[in-house]
Design a protein around this ligand. Sequence first.
Ligand code: SAM
Length: 317
Amino acid sequence: MDEGLSVINDICWGNRQSRVLELACRIGLFGALKGPDAGIDQICAACGTKPEHTEKLLIACCAIGLVNRRGELFNNTEISAKYLVPSSKYYQGDIILHSANVRQRFDDFAESIFAEPKEKETDAEQWDHFIRGMDNIASTGRAEIFLSSVDLTGKKKMLDVGGGPGSYSIAACKKYNDLQAVVWDLPETVAIAKEYIAKAGLENQVTVQQGDWNNDNFGKGYDVVVMSNILHGAEWDCRMKLSKAFDALTDGGTLAVQEFLLNDEKDGPLIPALFNVMVGAYCKAELLAVIKEAGFSDIKITGENEALGSCWVTAAK
Ligand SMILES: C[S@@+](CC[C@H](N)C(=O)[O-])C[C@H]1O[C@@H](n2cnc3c(N)ncnc32)[C@H](O)[C@@H]1O
């Protein structure tokens, strides 16, 4: 990642780090971790919080450097012991909670900056940013990591499930002239993908297909299925999606998965830990296990970029 992009990413993900810090102060996490190492149940009892949410917040705090994890036990780091425990002489929690409370000021400012009142973004406009945003991040590193992590030599037919703007299909077909790719996604998304495919001049190699994985199967006869950032964590019906991917592949076919993955200690890295709070994320061992359960073999991590939070896993049918 170049220096400029790293500045932009730090600002964007930094906003999420401050939300984690504010929430941890709000639930009294650092006070609860003041004593000896504590387990999740003990922390939840002290903070009045739910275990699953609390673990996500703890993992993010570990990744930020405010909590240490040893197995299933947690304690404060030196920084949080000094600045975030309410009884400390240097306590900063009140000003942190104050900045959380004045966030509304920023929202009000954003509303009032326009010379003429501006309509709120519609759901369709927000969806558009989401899908085009996937291409923003693919075209500034992730597509390159894909090509160096997944060998598509000799492959003929690729299915890009939940393929979004089609960035990975486009990158693959630019490199492999004999490859045909199908971007399989919801109608509102494939409309955007068509635009990107046309812009790349790849209509002969990349086509789109409308589908909804909750209702539809993925079809048959593919020798590659790509699932980029659609599996996420346990709450995202991964087993159903992986089973449909297995059925879509020919024998010996390749599954390629990109995800934000936690480490197996579940105390980082930073980007997956923040993504886990917002959306959900598996750790590496968990993702490999669900892929195995779906019937795949030869499962391996083939590419990783911690700064971007990108990890590629391949497997064979
Ligand atoms: C996080 S984006 C990933 C897009 C693309 N794979 C990438 O990595 O750039 C998730 C994608 O899943 C698609 N999606 C969400 N729900 C879906 C569903 N029920 N059926 C098919 N696709 C769906 C969205 O339209 C979106 O393109």
